[in-house]
Design a protein around this ligand. Structure first.
Ligand SMILES: *Cc1c(COP(=O)(O)O)cnc(C)c1O
Length: 476
């Protein structure tokens, strides 16, 4: 008898209760496709000489396989994770988590029509920038504001509008790269602006700028070197002096601030980071910054400054290509509104709250969670203990400053270092993956970013670790 005729039919498999439930959850098309694939694989194996399987065992195996396949396929790619890396604004993990007020605003805007470009008072057409421009002006002291997709887009649009086919003068010490894809010289050339570098890597003087100004100059630019610091024999020209020089020549002075915190972080015990308000006060004509770095909002690029320059930027057809959607504006408006009450920022803006969490509070959380971690790791040749750690702000902000924090170090007993990689993979294989970091022979879990409302969830998630360690994802 042909062994292939022994294989169950697609319909037979689909009528198994486990697969009926899967069809209910995910639809007939996905499950049927997966059943066909699984049957084809078995048929191939039998043809290639594998022993014809026992029917009942085969059916059970195929059902398992299809179940696992469908679950894996239907799992969303953009999944929430526990960020225990110690980097608060982790670009690969989505940077700033949004405050609850912003989440609510975003959900409301997503669910129902909203006044995105509609003036409710007059019943006429509105401008989407108006949703946040008043707040941005209030918080920065600027005359006008506009919003695009991210800060890279803001810098690009600024240069394309003001310096196309002309020269932009920048200090050599500020020709930075951010995360590989954003390099100031590349953005400049794509924007059609000609970069004129002045000064040296470590020292640039006012006269360097003054000597470079020519009839072809469009603007003077300062880029905040957010992701690195140079120390020693250095000199950068103060912003007010650059602004005065630019204005003597009737040129705009623009600043790419990168991380634009709207509050003075020094008030919360963090290192001072220049603010857009300070840049405007120092005479900058335009300032650009990110929405999802220290500001703690959604991904966005904010441009604030002189009314006439913002008007030109808004008229550039590329503004239409780089504009933000209603979800971004809803979240941004809600986050900016929180900045009207600086006294409570550290409680309400999630990113600021995480950055300002006292070490003692994080350590106390570690004490509460240690038993759950130890239970999850029992039987493995490792030991877990509470350690002092240093968190980073991330996203290139304040690169040299480290925030005292606490968390767990998991260390192998003896020289079995492979076990750490296994645990690290097991933590990533949890339904809500736990992302830590391996450093100096230890797997470190920094608890700074574990929010109070996630603590119970995290403890419970750890209970799934033994299963995850046994599963295929951790073994891979
Ligand atoms: C982060 C950063 C950018 C890019 O901002 P995105 O919002 O990530 O596009 C540009 N310039 C500076 C100085 C930055 O720090």
């Amino acid at each position: 008898m042909n062994p292939l005729s022994q294989l169950p039919s697609v319909d037979r498999l689909l009528s198994a209760p486990a697969l009926v439930a899967l069809v209910d959850a995910h639809g007939r098309a996905v499950v049927t496709g997966m059943v066909r694939d699984a049957l084809a694989a078995t048929r191939g194996a039998v043809k290639a000489g594998a022993a014809p399987p026992d029917e009942a065992a085969l059916i059970a195996e195929l059902i398992n396989e299809v179940g696992a396949g469908v679950t894996a396929k239907m799992q969303p790619k953009l999944r929430p994770v526990f960020n225990l890396t110690g980097t608060v604004l982790h670009t690969n993990l989505g940077r700033a988590p949004l405050p609850e007020e912003a989440v609510q605003a975003l959900v409301a805007a997503a669910r129902s029509p909203c006044a995105l470009e509609y003036d409710i008072e007059s019943g006429g057409r509105g401008d989407r920038d108006d949703i946040v421009s008043e707040l941005l002006c209030e918080l920065t002291g600027a005359e006008a504001a506009t919003v695009v997709n991210n800060n890279a887009a803001a810098v690009f649009l600024l240069l394309n509008t003001l310096a196309q086919k002309k020269q932009a003068i920048v200090s050599r010490g500020e020709l930075i790269e951010i995360g590989g894809a954003f390099r100031v010289p590349d953005i400049m050339s794509r924007a059609g602006a000609k970069l004129v570098e002045v000064g040296t890597t470590n020292r640039t003087h006012l006269r360097d700028f003054a000597e470079a100004i020519s009839p072809r100059t469009a603007l003077l630019m300062k880029v905040h070197a957010s992701n690195y610091a140079i120390h020693g024999f250095t000199h950068a020209v103060p912003e007010a002096e650059l602004a005065a020089l630019a204005h003597q020549h009737n040129l705009p002075f623009v600043i790419d601030l990168g991380s634009g915190t709207l509050a003075d972080l020094a008030a919360y015990g963090l290192p001072h980071e220049p603010t857009p308000a300070e840049a405007i006060a120092a005479g900058a004509d335009l300032v650009t910054f990110s929405g999802d770095k220290l500001l703690g909002g959604p991904q966005a690029g904010l441009l604030v400054g002189r009314r006439d320059l913002i008007a030109r930027i808004k008229k550039n057809p590329l503004k239409r290509a780089l504009r933000v959607g209603k979800l971004t504006l809803a979240a941004l408006e809600a986050v900016l509104a929180l900045y009207r009450d600086p006294d409570r920022l550290h409680l309400r803006v999630t990113a600021v709250r995480q950055l300002t969490r006292p070490e003692a509070e994080i350590a106390a959380q570690a004490v509460r969670l240690l038993p759950a971690l130890r239970a999850a790791l029992s039987g493995l040749p490792v030991m877990a203990e509470i350690v002092a750690l240093k968190s980073q702000i991330g996203s290139g902000s304040l690169p040299v400053d480290r925030l005292p924090s606490a968390g767990f170090a998991i260390k192998p007993q003896g020289r079995r270092s492979g076990v750490l990689n296994r645990i690290e993979r097991g933590l990533r294989a949890l339904p809500k993956p736990v992302i830590g970091r391996i450093e100096d022979g230890a797997l470190l879990l920094d608890l700074r970013c574990l929010q109070a409302e996630e603590e119970f969830e995290f403890g419970a998630a750890l209970a799934g670790l033994p299963v995850a360690l046994a599963g295929p994802a951790a073994a891979a």
